[in-house]
Design a protein. Structure first.
Length: 426
């Protein structure tokens, strides 16, 4: 994808043009080529993807945190956008909201800092009938996709939260599924859906979808509509080469485009479509409230690059929920990253920082949410009083080890929440 192509992000950056590209490719490829003398590179990728041992995940502390300001400003070797995004985005200002026509005569809402025109209105209050998606709540559960959820029985606990947030095509359980599912369902079965209720719960109030926009193969419909966030929405190319995934680089004008992210044509927001960047045609979203999110990703880019849908969902939850519980983040009980609790046609993406996201969430649990939220964004991401990371016992001890051995710069303290759940999958 074009957003993966590197570009220098400051005037002082020494990696410019072809030399910068060669250096960056060297950083990425040399360890893999050397490892290939012992094992195939593909095997190395499968084993190391999302790991702090992966050279692409190297994290350099630029401005350490302290007792007064716990947030740590960092640089990642695969981060090409956070500094220019911070330069071009005024996080202190409220985002603007704009209607986007959708299939079936409905509308979506675009939320953005940099994509605003005369049809936009300022602030979350402009959401109108979509306000149910942006209301203060007491408790929220963000449910990830880790296979270790099958080693717990947290379904009732998850459903007890005021809001349950899920990601991508990760299914909720179904208490009484039909004996035969629709013909297009390839991976889910009635028996699996019934069992999932014990492990991941039955409710879904909010769902974050990535660039594919893929929903679960089968789920019970909510007659009142769910909140669907398209966090990699379809944006006209004229609005910026990296606009879809790096919102802080949308609609940036430059006299001389030294950095390869500037817009060279008029960004016409009338060309917006209510779909994700890789959907080939518009979808009828039915009664759901669909929000094209060009806001939270810019904030998360200041924390970790190439973030997962689940990590962005956590920031949304911290925006509106007093107490945030995080489930299903981290490796499986067999220490494999990216393995899901449900069968799916696509595997995990190698550029996600799975380990670091989990460690940062654990740090927010022990040091407070300020350790996770950049100072410039706290005007909007400030409601949460605490973040609680839930891990089954088969994972928590290994994660503590990882914190000590692999992530010394975080200096974490305190224990992972551990409910000593059943360690045997169904």
């Amino acid at each position: 994808p074009t957003w993966l192509k590197p570009f220098p992000d400051t005037e002082q950056d020494t990696m410019r043009g072809a030399g910068g590209l060669a250096l960056l490719l060297g950083v990425w490829l040399l360890p893999l080529l050397c490892a290939g003398l012992r094992r195939p590179a593909a095997a190395q990728l499968r084993e190391g993807r999302g790991s702090l041992q992966d050279p692409r995940s190297r994290r350099v502390v630029v401005a350490p945190g302290n007792a007064t300001e716990p947030f740590e400003r960092t640089y990642h070797w695969d981060d090409w956008t956070s500094r220019p995004e911070r330069k071009h985005t005024d996080f202190a200002k409220p985002p603007c909201v704009r209607d986007v026509p959708a299939a079936g005569g409905r509308v979506c809402k675009l939320i953005s800092h940099r994509l605003c025109d005369r049809k936009s209105r300022v602030g979350f209050s402009a959401l109108g009938g979509f306000k149910k998606c942006m209301q203060p709540r007491r408790t929220c559960a963000v449910v990830g996709s880790s296979q270790h959820l099958l080693n717990s029985t947290w379904g009732s606990l998850i459903d007890s939260h005021d809001v349950v947030i899920r990601v991508n095509s990760a299914p909720a359980g179904v208490a009484d599924p039909p004996s035969e599912l629709p013909s297009g369902v390839r991976f889910l079965t009635p028996g699996l859906l019934r069992k999932l209720g014990d492990h991941v719960g039955l409710r879904t109030d909010v769902r974050f979808l990535n660039l594919e926009g893929r929903l679960p193969e089968f789920e019970e419909q909510d007659p009142e509509g769910r909140c669907i966030f398209l966090h990699e929405p379809h944006i006209p190319e004229a609005c910026g080469r990296f606009c879809t995934r790096s919102p802080g680089l949308c609609n940036v004008s430059c006299r001389v485009d030294r950095h390869n992210y500037c817009s060279h044509e008029r960004c016409n927001l009338n060309e917006l479509k209510c779909m994700t960047s890789e959907m080939t045609e518009e979808k009828d979203w039915g009664d759901d409230f669909v929000i094209m999110d060009n806001f939270y990703s810019a904030v998360v880019d200041q924390v970790v690059p190439h973030s997962t849908a689940g990590f962005k969902a956590v920031f949304y939850a911290m925006n509106w929920c007093k107490n945030v519980s995080v489930f299903g983040f981290g490796p499986s009980c067999h220490a494999r990253r990216g393995e899901r609790y449900y069968p799916a046609p696509a595997g995990p993406l190698i550029w996600h920082h799975y380990d670091e996201e989990l460690m940062l969430l654990m740090r927010a649990q022990t040091r407070g949410v300020k350790a996770l939220v950049p100072p410039e964004a706290r005007k909007w991401i400030s409601r949460a009083g605490n973040v609680t990371v839930m891990l089954p016992s088969c994972v928590s001890e290994r994660v503590r080890d990882s914190v000590t051995r692999l992530f010394q710069p975080l200096h974490p303290s305190g224990d992972v929440v551990n409910l000593h759940a059943n360690d045997v999958p169904f």
